[in-house]
Design a binder for this molecule. Structure first.
Ligand code: CP3
Length: 342
């Protein structure tokens, strides 16, 4: 297997800097759109053969050093009793958002092997079809990010419902975090059993709460999930978006790798984090819509800033933007490989 990605996760020497991109299995790829137009998003998530197929597409097309399993962070909690839908152009929503302690009490914490078995099956197929070309990453949403969606019901820019909930019903919120975290831990453990070579927690709303509230209402749950997962033996990646440099605490969550978004310079993040963890990131995603010369120049800057890291996995600071030319994404992969080879 090309184990460059796994070696960088563990902080071992590599011949070059490995790269993959968040949202690499998505709509910017014509091959993905062909499958998605035919079946629709949720059916793709729930059909093992289709999930495996679109997971492999970016490995074939772009030559990345890791695959990210195709699924979504919200499909995990549907079996808790959440009525999930995806509408074209509008993104995900829950028809029955959480409003009260009674709503939290009604949620179940199901066994993922019974309710999310399609993920287990998809990853078994994926293990076989990837045939050890590159490792693949299993994932889940950060518990706060998922809980926020469950309370808001849809995407939001203000987060007014979740913030109001946290401050007016803190105990109910913690009960919700506890339930979501327990399912998240067992769901990720199932993915390690199915063959995931690494596990990643996407905490896209980590920056919604300020530092003090983050430490009370989010961080302890992230840390508990990661502690629970140590027994799997696979590297764990934590990506918290929008934390604006508050990495000193984040670095102590127990993850092997900390994902860095585009809000901070990579060298500054590394200085905060120290030598106990590797880093993943953090090219501004919209650079992918610029010229190949600009892409190369910005990739070079990220690589230079990563020099002092224990290990570096090249990635974007958030997902691949819609409208990214496939050629540009491929150029980024080739450039990072070329520039970093020593
Ligand atoms: O390629 C990959 O990164 C793997 C698959 C993946 C998806 N979603 C597929 C997807 C991953 C890791 C996610 C994580 C996810 N989902 C996050 C965390 C990372 C982030 O982007 O911040 C969040 C917040 C979600 C919730 C979500 N799912 C939103 C807001 C949307 C709609 C917005 C959009 O980009 O379309 C989705 C849908 C979604 N998830 C798509 C894909 C490929 C697009 C659905 C389609 O095919 O039309």
């Amino acid at each position: 297997m090309n184990d460059t990605f796994l070696r960088a996760c563990r902080g071992e020497k590599t011949d070059y800097t490995p790269i993959w991109m968040m949202r690499q299995a998505g709509r910017f790829l014509p091959q993905y759109r062909k499958v998605s137009e035919k079946y629709g998003f949720l059916a793709m998530c729930r059909t093992p053969e289709l999930a495996a197929e679109v997971t492999i597409q970016p490995v074939d097309v772009l030559g990345v050093d890791a695959a990210i399993f195709f699924s979504d962070i919200l499909t995990t909690v549907a079996p808790m009793g959440m009525d999930l839908r995806y509408d074209e152009g509008k993104g995900p929503s829950f028809a029955n958002p959480i409003k009260s302690k009674a709503d939290v009490d009604r949620l179940t914490v199901p066994d993922p092997e019974e309710t999310l078995g399609f993920v287990y099956k998809a990853q078994k197929i994926l293990t076989r079809e990837l045939a050890n070309r590159v490792p693949f990453i299993g994932f889940a949403g950060g518990p706060f990010t998922v809980a926020a969606y469950m309370i808001e019901g849809t995407g939001t820019h203000t987060f007014s419902k979740v913030k109001t909930f946290v401050f007016t019903q803190p105990e109910a919120f913690k009960a919700l975090m506890d339930k979501v975290s327990r399912l998240t831990a067992s769901y990720l453990e199932m993915q390690a059993k199915a063959g995931s070579n690494a596990l990643m927690i996407f905490d896209s709303f980590a920056g919604v709460l300020g530092p003090k509230d983050y430490l009370e209402f989010n961080f302890p749950y992230v840390k508990r999930i990661i502690t629970d997962l140590k027994k799997t033996g696979v590297p764990i990646i934590y990506f918290g978006l929008g934390q604006h440099g508050g990495h000193a605490a984040v670095g102590k969550c127990g993850a092997d790798v900390i994902g860095i978004d585009y809000n901070v310079t990579l060298d500054a993040a590394i200085a905060h984090l120290g030598k106990d963890v590797s880093v993943q990131g953090n090219l501004e995603p919209y650079v992918l819509l610029q010229s190949k010369e600009q892409i190369a120049a910005r990739a070079k800057d990220v690589l230079a800033r990563a020099k002092k890291a224990r290990g570096h996995i090249f990635n974007l600071g958030h997902g691949v933007p819609l409208g990214t030319p496939v050629d540009n994404a491929k150029a980024l992969v080739d450039t990072v490989h070329e520039l970093s080879r020593r």
